[in-house]
Design a protein around this ligand. Sequence first.
Ligand code: AHR
Length: 511
Amino acid sequence: MSKSVIALSFLLGLTLPVDAQVPQATVTVDMSRAGAEIDRHIYGQFSEHLGTGIYGGIWVGPDSKIPNIQGYRTDVVEALRKIHVPVVRWPGGCFGDLYNWRDGIGPRAKRPTRINVHWGGVTESNAFGTHEFMDFAELIGADPYVSINVGSLAPYDAAQWVEYMTSDEKASLANERRKNGRAKPWQLKYLGIGNETWGCGGNMDGETSAQVNARYSTFVSAPASMGMVKIASGGSGNIGDYKAFTDALMRKGGRLQALSFHYYAMPMRSPKGPATGFSEGQWANELDLTLKMEGYISDVSAIMDKYDPDKKVPLYVDEWGSWYDQEPGSHPGFLYQQNSLRDAQVAALTLNIFHRHTDRVKLAAIAQMVNVLQAMILTDGPRMLLTPTYHIFDMYQPFMGATPYAATVSTPSYSFEGKTMPMVDVSAAKGRDGKTYLALVNSNPHTAAHVVTNLSGMGKGQILTGSAMDAHNTFESPNNIHPVSYSGTRDGGKASFDLPGGAIAVVALEP
Ligand code: AHR
C-alpha cells in the first residue's frame, strides 16, 4: 500500500489493512476523442411542493425569524448560489398535475388553501406561487423550468399561465402580472408538458401521452425571442415499458423540442431500506441500481436516433436520484431522507454517466433540491446542513460546460452479495479554463485502489470520503463529511492516484 493511501486513510479515520494488496486500475484518456460539451444544465435540480421541500426548506416568508431575503432562507439561497444551480424545475412532479396556477398569484393572504393530495394530504397555503418561484430562480441565478398541468386542466389554462409569465404586451394577463408586482416578463426557458403522464400525470399509455403532448404543446407559446423549450413527458426506468413509451412519443408526439426521462435508484421492494445504518449489501445494491442509468440512457437514445438521427431533440433526465424509506418519525408522504457517502457515490456515478452521453443528455434535475429524497440541503427550523450530494455538485463544478474525453478504465471489480460493478469509474474533461479535469470514484467501500493514467502531470483538487459507508452530516454535527484537499502522485511522469475505499475525487492536472 502506498504511503499516501495510508496517510490519507489515517487522517480520515479509516482502518485499511496495511498489508493489503492494493488493487490497480489503469485509465486511458483519448484526448483525440472529444465528446459534445457537457451542458451545465445537467447540474439542474427539482423542487416540488412536497413535504418541506419548499415551505421551511426554501420559503419561510418575509416575517420569519429565520434570516431571509424577502421570504427565501438566506442560508439556502447562499448555498445554492455557490454551486451555480443552472436550472430549477417546479411545481411538480405529481403535484403539478393538480396545480392551478391561479391559486398562487395575487395577495398571499387572499390565496386559497388547498389539499396536497399526492403528498400527505396536508394543506397547501399557496404562499409560494408563480411570482415566488420565478423570483427565486432569478435570485439564485438559475433558469426556471415550469411544468404545466395536462392531467386535470385544459390547454387554455396552460396557455394563459405562460402568457401571464412571459408577455410584454399591453394585454390583460400581462397587466395582471404587473398589478401583482412584476413589471417585466420573466425569461421562461423551459416548459414541461406535464409530468409522468404514464403515472400520476394521468395514467396514460404511450400513444395517449403522445397525443396529449401534441395537443398541449400546440397551444402554449412564449415570445420567440425567449427561446422557450417545450419538454414532452417521457418514460421512466422505473416502469416496465419505457421503450414502447419513448417510441410512441417520438413517433406521434408532434414536433418534439425535448423529451424527458426519469429514473430513481430505488430498491423495488418494501421496505426500501434506510438512508443510513444500512448494510454493505444495501450499499452494493444501491450502486448497482445507480449504474443502470447508463443502460436506460443508451436504450432511450437508440430509439430517439431512429426518429432523430441528427440528434436535434435533447433528452432531459429531469428526475433522478436515490429513494429510500423516509426517516423514522417523519411524515410518510414527505419523502424526507438522510444523505450519506453512499448518496455521494450515487451522484458522482450518475454525473459521470451523463458526461458519457452528452450527445443526447443536455439537462438533468436531481430529485430534489431541499429536504426531499436525494437532497442537496436539509433544514430543521433555523438549522441547515449541506449533504454529501451537495459537496459532489460543488466539486464537479469544473465539468459545467467542459469538453469530455473518452476514458477507458481497466479496473478490478467490486462484488458484494451478487452485485458486481467496476471498482473504479472515471470521467475526464477539458474545463472552460483549459485545464484537464478528472473525476475518480472508488465504489468499493473498504478497499483502496491505485489508479494510473496515461496523462502527464499531477492531479490536485478535492476528495470526499468518510469513516463509514453511511457517513453523513447532522444538525448537531454538520461537518462530519466534507471535501478536503487532495493530491495524486506521479508514477513515471504519469498522473496517478491512491483512492481510498468509497472515495470520490475531482482533480485538475498540473504540469
Ligand atoms: O420526486 C417525487 C415524485 O417522483 C415526483 O412527484 C414524481 O414525478 C415522481 O414519481
